[in-house]
Design a protein around this ligand. Structure first.
Ligand code: SF4
Length: 686
């Protein structure tokens, strides 16, 4: 109280993928308060407990403020170093490993928490300085199946419509998402639509706040999505709710889909998913009768062994109703987890595509980038994150450069990740705090947070928005952009531009779908949704009005049968653990736990059904040991009807409660996204 602001900076929230515009009020000592930007198109004056209040971590006493190196090798402690010393060491080690073993021996993991310009520079650094396509980002762990699935069905690797289309939706099919906690501004918008009379259908194993008010809640077993979506599709077709004219004119694959649906009547789907067949019919009828149905989904669809199949069979439902690529259709909206998951992938921080999803495998694409960069882009597609860990353990990958990720807390089967990091000759971590991964690194670079830097993010509706530094980083701290820029120079290269605006200009020149994006336009116009091919283009709120972005301009219906998840409960591991997020915290909690949000949720719990708790003699707060085939941990029990019998729920926000010691290495067959949503575990009172 009593602090008078001296400046206000408008920027974009760095937490979830909604991308709320925020006004950050500062004085000479730092951030005074954060308020939602009045009139912003995304959040319309709203913001949640993370965006508004979780900024105190900026001034946390344990911020990294100088580089750390392990000058006496592995086993010796990390010690402070000058920037010159650390950059010289990293440049020398990466050059040595590249020259001795080739670029394939180095991997780079970039971040959905970094700006577009930082991701652009990171992938350029990997391809031009390290000479490898071994660059990936944390979308691998969450929405890679969205990019693959929506890309295969419709053409582009992004949501089809805009958040604003929720305003006219008269039926919302919400799948595998709890936006009330993970994307609160969307959660409240959905609740407002329901209050205004829209029907709500929820497909989720948990009884979330929105499931409580749903017209139909399909509470299927974790891992049963494809069966449920196929069951809904079958009813839509059988009962005459499909738009046959649209299907005929704008899609392919209907006969193949109908053949697969032959085996997916509501009774069989009900058996697979553990839900009443009549509920499947009731949900399909509500979706079928709606004039403007919308599909909103989250990681409960993607983080599965068959995650891409889940996205594609869900997309089928929108196509059957003809609600994609039409002026009054509301389409399919994936809720991205981290703020810049869309942008990190859009910028080509992926092993098989350059910016704008231009394929590394296409010679003409490589030629264009090689010509612009003056260095040949490697032809061989790179390794995905799980394959990087595998290659480290076989000795094929010798160095790993990790930006903004705590792999040991966020990636599945932490014991495997630990072994992979230990097997690398050289690990670099770039972060705000000394994470568990940074503790295991050979060099740690102190990086700036989103309120301290300049650039852009892309939200879940393909919207580019500006990120602006509201405060300077602490002395000694540099942005990811500045660190990469300096490292390229230290390795004898030329970054090609002096600042983030220059990076976006270069990206726009080389990437047709972003051709009209620039910092200048964003400053003048507020935001732009891609595709935006030229400087006169207004951006694209709704995709595919002129046809799908496929070779034949038609969308591809997906004929995919239900297949079981990687693990199913058995006598030894009789429960299914689902992991997710909670309202007060964000990802590995490194930022939110250093703010007053920690008082809202000071520690993790294991949520379980009251009946299961009673059977085990567990009351609220009792310690319970959770054991999987890979590891174990102890958490306090929290009996709650949110969780179905036989299932469990916990989040991954607390490194001291490392949930990912339990999770498995089963990954989506198409994209390698981990199956975080299905882990067979056993319980006992600790
Ligand atoms: Fe908005 Fe998400 Fe930030 Fe909350 S965390 S303010 S919903 S962008």
């Amino acid at each position: 109280a009593g602090r008078a602001e001296t400046a206000t900076t408008t920027t974009t929230c760095g937490y979830c993928g909604v991308g709320c515009a925020l006004d950050v009020h500062t004085d000479n000592a730092g951030v005074v308060s954060v308020t939602p930007t009045h009139g912003a198109p995304v959040n319309r004056g709203h913001a949640c407990v993370k965006g508004r209040f979780a900024h105190g971590f900026l001034r946390s006493g344990d911020r990294l403020t100088q580089p750390l190196i392990r000058s006496a090798g592995r086993g010796s402690p990390l010690r402070p170093a000058t920037w010159e010393e650390a950059l010289t060491l990293v440049a020398a080690e990466l050059t040595r490993i590249r020259d001795a073993h080739g670029g394939q021996a180095i991997g780079m993991i970039c971040s959905a928490r970094a700006t577009n310009e930082e991701n652009y520079l990171a992938q350029k650094f990997a391809r031009t300085m390290l000479r490898t396509n071994n660059i990936d980002n944390c979308s691998r762990l969450c929405h890679a199946p969205t990019a693959a699935g929506l890309g295969a069905s419709f053409g582009f690797a992004g949501g089809t419509n805009s958040f604003d289309d929720l305003d006219r939706a008269d039926c919302i099919l919400l799948v595998g998402a709890n936006p009330t906690e993970a994307h609160p501004v969307v959660g409240s918008r959905i609740m407002a639509r329901v209050t205004a009379g829209a029907r709500l259908l929820v497909v989720d194993p948990r009884r979330t706040a929105l499931a409580e008010v749903a017209d139909v809640h399909l509470r299927g077993r974790p891992g049963s999505n494809v069966a449920v979506f196929n069951g809904l599709a079958r009813v839509l077709l059988e009962e005459g709710y499909a738009d046959r004219a649209y299907l005929e004119a704008r899609t392919t694959g209907l006969a193949e889909l109908e053949a697969v649906l032959h085996d997916h009547n509501p009774e069989r789907v009900g058996e697979i998913a553990g839900i009443p067949a009549d509920s499947v019919r009731a949900a399909a009828r509500l979706f079928g009768r709606a004039a403007h149905p919308v599909i909103v989904y989250g990681l409960g669809v993607t983080e599965h062994l068959h995650g891409t199949d889940g996205v594609r069979t869900l997309a089928n439902l929108a196509l059957l109703r003809g609600t994609v690529g039409t002026p009054d259709g509301c389409g399919v909206l994936p809720l991205r987890g981290q703020n810049n998951v869309q942008g990190a992938s859009d910028m080509g921080a992926l092993p098989d595509v350059l910016p704008g999803y231009q394929k590394v495998a296409e010679a003409a694409v490589r030629e264009r980038f090689s010509h612009a960069w003056g260095v040949p882009v490697p032809e061989r597609p790179g390794l995905r994150i799980p394959a990087m860990f595998g290659a480290a353990l076989t000795g094929d990958l010798r160095a790993l450069y990790v930006i903004g990720e705590d792999l040991l807390t966020s990636d599945p089967d932490a014991g495997h990740v630990r072994a992979a990091l230990a097997a690398c000759e050289f690990v670099i971590s770039q972060d705000i705090f000394l994470s568990r991964t940074a503790e295991a690194a050979d060099v740690v670079f102190p990086a700036a947070a989103f309120l301290e830097k300049d650039g852009t993010f892309v939200n879940f509706e393909r919207r580019f928005q500006r990120v602006r530094a509201a405060v300077a980083p602490p002395p000694g701290v540099r942005s990811d952009f500045d660190i990469l820029h300096a490292l390229i120079t230290a390795m004898g290269g030329d970054p090609g531009f002096p600042d983030p605006a220059g990076a976006m200009s270069e990206c726009a020149r080389l990437t047709p779908v972003f051709g009209g994006i620039s910092h200048g336009r964003l400053d003048a116009e507020g935001s732009l949704q891609w595709p935006c091919p030229d400087r006169g283009h207004p951006g694209t709120p709704t995709l595919y009005l002129e046809g799908f972005a496929t070779v034949d301009r038609r969308a591809a219906l997906a004929a995919r049968p239900y297949l079981p998840p990687g693990e199913t409960p058995d006598a030894e591991y009789p429960f299914v653990l689902v992991t997710g997020r909670r309202l007060a915290h964000y990802n590995t909690g490194s930022m939110t736990r250093r703010t007053p949000n920690a008082e809202l949720l000071p520690a993790e719990t294991l949520d379980l059904a009251p009946g299961d708790a009673a059977a085990l003699g567990l009351s609220e707060g009792d310690p319970v040991e959770i054991r999987s085939r890979r590891g174990h941990l102890v958490l306090p029990a929290r009996p709650t009807a949110e969780v179905a019998p036989g299932q469990l729920f916990t989040a991954f926000h607390f490194p001291e409660a490392p949930t990912n010691e339990l999770t498995s290495r089963h990954t989506d067959e198409i994209t390698d996204c981990p199956e975080y949503k299905v882990t067979a575990v056993a319980l006992r009172r600790a």
